[in-house]
Design a protein around this ligand. Structure first.
Ligand code: RM4
Ligand code: MN
Ligand code: MN
Length: 396
């Protein structure tokens, strides 16, 4: 491997971290059915165990995102158990995701519900989630809302926007200074006529209104087909408002497929915009990279290892873009040269240098192989099969 490549890739991989979602290890499905996996995690502890294993094999996933309703059944009182799991399995609690969509009360919305008592209940849950995050030392509280409506005329869109603003401001007031609030958007589903926070512009306005610790979260699956996500990323960066990502891939809607499985060039272009911003400004972008995937058919742990491997590859490729040469080509409107810089970087096989990087860190050169040889899957399949036969623990 030419030392030119490793000079760029090694330091980038040294800092690249990606957070795994607890729900990615549990049984999930579609609204048409759930296919149970005998090895799926059935408890929060098992999710930590699986996430810890992925981290031990890849070295780049030190935190696991938690969904309050699914992972903190005792609410704030669950924090102690979680600290123990974190200690035992070597992965810390990461972003805390309030659940403002699954309870019956939220049928007509949470922060946007016309009933003030439901809005109050949602706010209480938001504050509890912030408290759980504080107890766990988690920085980010990541809000996603299912709020919206299915039919024209059934919701007061402007009024709901004001309710959202108010509740987000009140939630923001509960944050401590080291914490952040991330506001996620989604154009449709489960609501099919209007979603209260449908796109990045709405999320940006609400985050700005909420307060200085609020930023926008970009879930790559939450866009209309063909939308230019890297442009959204570039704009949010230039506004100082990009807080984090939920990575996944999609073909049609919010498909929650493996990152980079359908359009790896898209993810590469996102990473490139971030690195270009960092080069121009001389400051590292403060972005939480998180995975938000739900593998219904693939083995959960294998799919997660595959995700991490692909994420590293695409990030490593983005480091091969020489920003100075690119800036020069852009300035001169040398279109083919500028475009080729991206294409050449993307076409480079970075797998050998990543193997070298892993070796230099004492990590397995091939994490997937190491997982298959570890015997972990056989062990958990035996341990969990009986518990898994009837259970579906989340609906992500
Ligand atoms: C949503 C969104 C959220 C996730 C839920 C379960 O589509 O992506 O981030 O928490 O699904
Ligand atoms: Mn998401
Ligand atoms: Mn989603």
């Amino acid at each position: 491997m030419s030392s030119g490549i490793s000079d760029k890739v090694f330091p980038a991989l040294d800092t690249f971290r990606i957070e795994l979602p607890s729900w990615g290890f549990a049984n999930t499905g579609t609204r048409f059915g759930k296919f149970i996996q005998p090895a799926a995690a059935t408890t929060t502890e098992e999710k930590f165990s699986d996430a810890g294993l992925v981290h031990s094999l890849t070295g780049v996933c030190p935190t696991v995102a938690l969904h309050v309703l699914w992972d903190c059944p005792k609410g704030v009182a669950s924090a102690n158990d979680i600290k123990k799991f974190a200690e035992k399995y070597g992965v810390a609690a990461g972003s805390i995701n309030p659940n403002l969509f699954q309870d019956q009360e939220y049928k007509y919305g949470s922060f946007g519900n016309p009933d003030p008592s439901v809005r109050q209940r949602a706010l209480h849950h938001a504050r509890q989630s912030i408290e759980i995050a504080r107890l766990l030392g988690s920085r980010d509280i990541s809000f996603w809302f299912a709020d919206g409506s299915n039919y024209p005329g059934t919701a007061n869109i402007r009024q709901r926007k004001e309710w959202f603003k108010e509740a987000l401001q009140k939630s923001h007031a509960a944050l401590s200074h080291e914490q952040r609030m991330l506001v996620e958007y989604k154009p449709f589903e489960p609501a099919f006529y209007h979603t209260d926070i449908a796109d990045w512009g709405m999320a940006l306005l609400l985050a700005r209104a909420a307060g200085p610790l609020a930023k926008v979260l970009v879930d790559t699956g939450h866009h209309y087909p063909a939308q230019n996500i890297e442009q959204i990323v570039a704009w949010l960066l230039s506004e100082g408002m990009l807080g984090g990502f939920h990575f996944n891939d999609r073909r049609y809607a919010d498909d929650d497929l493996t990152m980079g499985s359908i359009d790896p060039y898209q993810v590469f272009r996102i990473f490139h915009e971030i690195r270009f911003f960092e080069w121009e400004t001389g400051t590292p972008a403060d972005i939480a990279y998180m995975v938000d995937q739900s593998h219904n058919l693939k083995g959960k742990i294998e799919a997660m290892i595959q995700t991490v491997i692909v994420a590293q590859q695409l990030y490593a490729k983005a480091t091969l873009v020489d920003p100075k040469t690119l800036a020069d080509a852009q300035k001169k409107c040398d279109l083919v040269r500028a475009e080729s810089i991206l294409q050449d970087a993307f076409a480079t096989d970075v797998r050998p240098v990543i193997r070298e990087w892993r070796e230099s860190k004492g990590l397995p050169r091939e994490p997937m192989e190491a997982f298959r040889q570890s015997g972990y899957l056989e062990r958990i399949t035996q341990e969990r099969a009986a518990r898994n036969s009837p259970s579906v623990s989340s609906y992500a």
